[in-house]
Design a protein around this ligand. Structure first.
Ligand SMILES: Nc1ncnc2c1ncn2[C@@H]1O[C@H](COP(=O)(O)OP(=O)(O)OP(=O)(O)O)[C@@H](O)[C@H]1O
Length: 425
């Protein structure tokens, strides 16, 4: 990239958070921009470079070349100009590398990293105190934040007397009480058990959307949020956009649902081993964006009316040539699908196909879609593209069904196998 092109790419991002870094020893050369109020999920396999970018943004790692800007302020500018690849060079007068505590950036890590000798209240007050608030103002802010994360009753406890989920909620309060100008989340649910993880995910979902709704005229800009995660549910619940890193480079980016439902990189495809339909949560399932209700089981963090996704594994899908009888013992979804690929996978066959919106397109002799089908929601940003679903069936069944690309079939999945999770709209 020429210096001029590099400059213009930086100038285009004068609001929000820009992180561009080249770290040769780690093979990382990537650039990510997060707009004010936007949550970007940084996805990628182990060693892809996610923590490296986060470390550069936080000021914990100095790259060979790199630039970090927050709302136009340069937090880091190191390395020579005129380089190539993802990292803007630009004319370099003198290097800038603000230390972490002067960046106005808060980092929430996997472990809550609370001070063991301080009470919960004083741990939270540490955030605003470190950002320059007076002792009293810091404690007031801490008390307000403990209320927002429903932990007022634990204010006097020491971290050693908290569960893992409670401690992480305290860490969330500490990070946000400092009123950071940008928030970095490094796999914040990864160290939690299966009960605590959804609680913290739900809390983050709530506080992040409150932070975004809260900004108005005269208020500081909404903080950009960069979230590192391996978990597609974290990305779906919390992020607007996904950026996929592979071997240190950005290989894919776009709205989260689009990246997960129509993955173009190998990693996103692996991550998206689940079927996914977007819409609005209903009492007993999901109302697809432009279709009827898919019966399913609502996640505890999800209520009717929320933006949501219905998720089910390919192994839970049965395939029928004719419309199957409606399940008696448990409700069943029947979805008309046009087969696009039939791929052997060991002892199984992965059948992929797009959801058909028009029941009339189903082959003659079918009784038409059942009560709960068809589903024709399209992923965000691709209103015209029908969602693609996958089913794993035995090779013998695939042979019996005589499936080839172009076959028209019904995918059937029991409601009990469909999980409905809250998601960003
Ligand atoms: N301290 C270090 N010194 C040298 N190389 C490192 C160091 N830490 C990480 N690496 C290498 O840098 C590359 C990027 O690592 P990074 O930790 O950023 O990946 P990641 O996507 O965060 O992975 P994970 O999901 O496992 O945390 C990898 O090849 C890794 O082996």
């Amino acid at each position: 990239m020429s210096a001029r092109a590099a400059q213009s790419s930086v100038a285009a991002h004068d609001r929000g958070l820009l992180v561009a870094a080249e770290v040769q020893v780690r093979g990382v050369s990537a650039q990510v921009h997060v707009a004010p109020g936007e949550v970007v999920a940084l996805l990628g396999a182990n060693g892809a470079g996610k923590s490296t970018l986060l470390g550069v943004a936080a000021g914990m790692l100095r790259p060979d070349r790199g630039r970090v800007e927050l709302d136009g302020e340069v937090l880091l500018a190191v390395g020579s100009s005129g380089g190539s690849g993802a990292v803007p060079g630009g004319p370099m007068n003198r290097p800038v590398d603000l230390p972490p505590h002067r960046r106005g950036v808060a980092l929430l890590a996997q472990e809550p990293l609370l001070f063991p000798h301080l009470s919960v209240l004083d741990n939270v007050a540490f955030g605003p105190r470190a950002a320059g608030a007076s002792r009293r103002a810091a404690r007031d802010a801490a008390a307000r934040w403990l209320e927002r994360v429903d932990l007022t009753h634990l204010a006097d406890r020491r971290p050693g007397q908290l569960s893992g989920g409670q401690a992480q909620r305290v860490a969330v309060a500490r990070a946000l009480a400092a009123q950071p100008r940008a928030l970095l989340l490094d796999e914040p649910m990864a160290a939690l058990d299966v009960t605590a993880a959804p609680e913290v995910r739900q809390l983050l979902r709530r506080v992040l959307s409150e932070a975004q709704d809260g900004a108005g005229p005269g208020q500081p800009p909404q903080p950009p949020v960069l979230l590192v995660t391996h978990d597609p549910l974290d990305a779906l619940a919390l992020a607007d956009r996904a950026v996929v890193l592979d071997a240190g480079h950005v290989v894919e980016e776009g709205p989260v649902r689009e990246v997960l439902s129509q993955p173009r990189s190998a990693f996103a495809a692996r991550l998206a081993e689940l079927n996914l339909l977007a819409g609005t949560a209903a009492a007993d399932g999901l109302r697809a964006e432009s279709g009827p209700t898919v019966a399913g089981v609502l996640d505890p963090g999800c209520s009717a009316g929320d933006a949501a996704v219905a998720v089910f594994p390919p192994a839970a899908v049965a395939i029928h040539r004719e419309h199957p009888a409606t399940g008696v013992s448990s409700p069943r979804n029947t979805i008309p699908v046009l087969v696009s690929a039939v791929e052997p996978r060991g002892a199984l066959v992965r059948v992929r196909g797009s959801v058909e919106a028009d029941p009339a397109s189903i082959s003659p002799g079918n009784s038409g879609p059942g009560d709960s089908g068809p589903v024709d929601s399209g992923p965000v940003g691709h209103p015209a593209a029908a969602p693609v679903l996958a089913a794993d069936i035995t090779a013998a069944s695939a042979a019996d069904l005589d499936l080839v690309p172009g076959s028209r079939v019904w995918f059937a999945v029991k409601a009990a196998e469909v999980a409905v999770h809250a998601a960003r709209r």
